[in-house]
Structures are given as C-alpha cells and as structure tokens.
Write a protein that binds this ligand. Sequence first.
Ligand SMILES: Cc1ncc(COP(=O)(O)O)c(C=O)c1O
Length: 454
Amino acid sequence: MGTIQLKTSIPGPKSRALVERQEAAVPRGLSHATPVYVARAQETWIEDVDGNRFLDFAGGIGSVNTGHRNPQVIRAIAAQLEAHLHTCAQVTPYENYVRLAERLNHITPGKHPKKTLLVNTGAEAVENAIKIARAHTGRAGVIAFEDAFHGRTLLTLGLTSKTHPYKAGFGPFASEIYRIPYAYCYRCSYSLSYPSCDVLCARHLEDTFRRVVASEDIAAVIAEPVLGEGGFIVPPPEFFRILIDICHQHGVLFIADEVQSGFGRTGKMFACEHYHVEPDIVVTAKSLGGGLPLAAVTGRAEIMDAPGPGGLGGTFAGNPLSCAAANAVIDTFEQGKLLARANAIGEHFERRAKKWEGQFQAIGEVRGLGAMRALELVKSRQSREPAPEDTKAVTRFCYEHGLITITAGTYDNVIRLLVPLVASNEQIEEGLDVLENALASVCGQSAFSETAAK
Ligand SMILES: Cc1ncc(COP(=O)(O)O)c(C=O)c1O
C-alpha cells in the first residue's frame, strides 16, 4: 500500500468547516495553498483532520528537509524542554546558541574566521545581514535581483522583486535599493542565449556601477544561489564567480540568501558550493530549524563584528528549543546520507520529467539542482507564454489526489519540488505518478512533433 490514503473527498468536511472559521477569523492576506488542515505529520506525510493521508512534496516550503518530526530533532527538543525554555540570549545566554554558531561557522562555505548571529525568520536574517553590511562598509546601497524573494517585512519587501501579491500597495519601501536582472536563461532579460551571451547579466554589474549607482555607495549585492520563490532558477556555473569578483573589486560585499537553497536541498549543504564561491555573508533559515523557527546570519568575523554591542539581537532570537533542534539537524546531516538522497531524488524527478517533456507540450522547462527541481509550464513552447491557470489546476488536481505541491515563479507558472529528503524511492514514484496524472488531466497528451522540433 502506498503512503497516500484518502477517505473523504478533498477537502473533507472537517477541513471545509475550518476553512470557514479561518475566513471569519484570519485576514485573507494569509492565503493557503491547500484547503487541508493538518492533524499529524511524520517524515514525508501529513494526515488531515478528516483522516486523509497526503504525501508532502512541499515540506512546509522547504523547512523540513530532515523530515517532519525527525526523531533526532524531536529527542533534542524533548531534552531541551526538560532543561529550560526562553531566558533570552541577551540576558542569560546558553551553550546551545554558541555551539550552533560554532557549527554554522564551520559548515558554511569558506575556511576564513566567521561569526554567526541567530534570529527567528529568514526575513529577519536578511534585514540583519543588510544592517551588518552597512555597518561594516559605511555605505547604504543594496543591489538585489529581478525575480528575487527575500521576505515580507518592509526592508525585505524592497529587496523582493515580484509585485503581486507581495509588494503592491505596501510601499513606500526603503530607499537605496537597486535591481538588476538575474541569470534566468529561459527568459533572458537581454534576449541572449548561454553560453554565447558570455554571462552578460553578471558582467552587467560593472555597467550598473557606471550608469545607475556608484559602487562606493553600495554596501552589498544580495542574491539567492538558486532562485526560490522566483521559480527554482539555476544560473550558469560561472555567474556568481564573475559577480563576486566585480563586487570585491569595488569593496562591495556579497550576501548569499540560502534560506530556501540551503541545508541539503540542492544536494550540497549550501547551493554556493556548486559554484565554488565563498560569500562574505550567508543567510540561512527554513530547514535550519528542522521545523522550528530559526534563522542565522553567518559571515566573515571582521564584518560580523562591525555593529557595536547591543546593535544586534531580538527577544526570542536564537531561542533554546530552536537551537537544540538545529544542532540535531546538523547532526543528522553529518551522520546520515541526506545529501546523497537529495541528489538521488533530483535525478529521479529529472528522469520522469524529461519523459513528460515528450508527452506534454505545456512543459516549457525542466530545471533544478539536487532535490530543488521544478517544471515551468507554458501555453506554447514557441511563445513561452506562462500558463498560471494550468499550473494552479495541476496543484489542485495533486492535492485532490493526495499529493501536496506548491507553485513558484514571477508568472505563477512553476511547480516546485520541496519534498523532505527522507522520502523513499517508492514515495517519490508515488508522488510523481500523481503529478503525471495531473499533467495529463490538465494539459492533455500533446504534440510530439513540436517536441521533436525542440
Ligand atoms: C530565499 C528566501 N529568503 C528569505 C525568505 C523569507 O523567509 P521567512 O519567510 O522565514 O521570513 C524566504 C522565504 O520563502 C526565501 O525563500
């Protein structure tokens, strides 16, 4: 028997009742991708309040790479519960925080001396990374990318690219934020092709310093090593090398936002390792906490020490339960085979998805790194016109048939894989069967002739 077990139509009656209560009690701004309310979750499955069991390919938006309720994480949380809860690291500190900082300093890219600040969320970590970069350089400006996502607080919204639903109506945003195109080769902003483009989008930073903003006014360039909400876009291997070289020639820091791509998602601990680059500051969150809220800013020691005592912190930042969970997450990666598993899952997805490319002309591109994989759906391969309605219909078919998936992309036309890395081959196959049925149902069997012409 497979993992998926459905007993009612989806959503079931108890979930439907909860949708009504949520609509009355919670602002509509907090939308939910599936109208299914959780009762329990373990490893790769979620059981809803109606007793239906779903396979989870969304993993709390990539926050449970080690699996729901990973036993090592649960044991560490339980032990911490017996010892103490919040005391505030700024008042009476505790070893768990220091140990986690030491370990993050050790495992993030680069052998240089580092220091780590712990906070609660990805957005809070990005905010702090910018504060620290400003304090270190004495410069105010930040350069971010088109299609980037860095959070929903007011500074991070300024860094985030997508207008609807994230930014529209929430301005004004912080000043001194500039934006340049990312290496989204499928929709190149310069209408060029790789490799003949010579990675113009990275080299364009020099031009930006000449035509848009002086480099001596820029504290940092911030980028996701693989775009997350932007649609799982993987830049060419030399993109970050070129970009970081230009940054350093101008005394500009490079901040890697590994909130979604980190902690094994791409088959390496951090996606930057694929490109052999060492960011000045790395921001992590999501799967760092193994299911508890936690985020970190890790950077070169001299940069991290720029803000004076009291310049950084937060009441709950680095709370003991989350630190215990994160230390167990790192143990799991150190002891286990999760990175190899991420690569195996990614290859499994790629094999099936490449076959689908021959079946469904709606598939514009199959892409990703490790287990950070995605399908970009289009109305036609010639026009590359995004297909957001079909994408939504595919995810709906999926949850109605027991598979939880989420979308991404500036054009809402990407289906992304964020399955916990503890998923078995059978579970991946079972989930991909549902996804294939969804594609067949929504996009239909398609023109092989066009595929052959591709
Ligand atoms: C790359 C990236 N940065 C920052 C964030 C914001 O993290 P949080 O939602 O924990 O504030 C996200 C969230 O999806 C993200 O994907």
